[in-house]
Design a protein. Structure first.
Length: 140
């Protein structure tokens, strides 16, 4: 158990996001946390400090994660680290070097956090898109 700034951190399951609790109808009937920060609206942009290979990976993967609802403006540093780790593993494979176990575990951790694995997606629930109305289909 580690204590910092009057907060107690314990090992175990990470807390469920409040949005997910709301979508699931608060099955535990516990009160929702108050004052939880919300990421600002906007399109997350690739940071300028990423290298060329990391930028290519960002451009490939960021739209997919945005569409899933798993990437916001507040997630940019963590997603950039995810892409940097992925680029490092790709370089190791390309140069036929052994992949460091720590990098492999780190990549897996990022993938789970962003809903990039089947197990990670099972923990993430997003509101389904409403079906398009007949009028909207007609008017385009």
């Amino acid at each position: 158990m580690v204590s910092s700034r009057n907060e107690t951190v314990m090992a175990g399951r990470p807390p469920k996001p409040t949005a997910l609790k709301i979508l699931q109808g608060k099955p535990g009937h516990r009160p929702l946390p108050k004052g939880e920060p919300r990421p600002p609206a906007g399109d997350p942009e690739c940071p300028a400090w990423l290298g060329l290979e990391e930028r290519h990976l960002w451009n490939e993967w960021a739209p997919k994660y945005r569409e899933m609802g798993c990437l916001t403006v507040a997630d940019v540093p963590a997603f950039a680290a995810f892409m940097a780790t992925l680029a490092q593993l790709k370089r190791c494979q390309r140069e036929k070097e052994p992949i460091p176990v720590s990098s492999s575990k780190l990549l897996q951790s990022y993938a789970v956090q962003f809903g990039g694995t089947p197990a990670g997606r099972a923990r993430v629930t997003v509101e389904p898109k409403k079906p398009e109305s007949k009028l909207a289909r007609f008017t385009g």
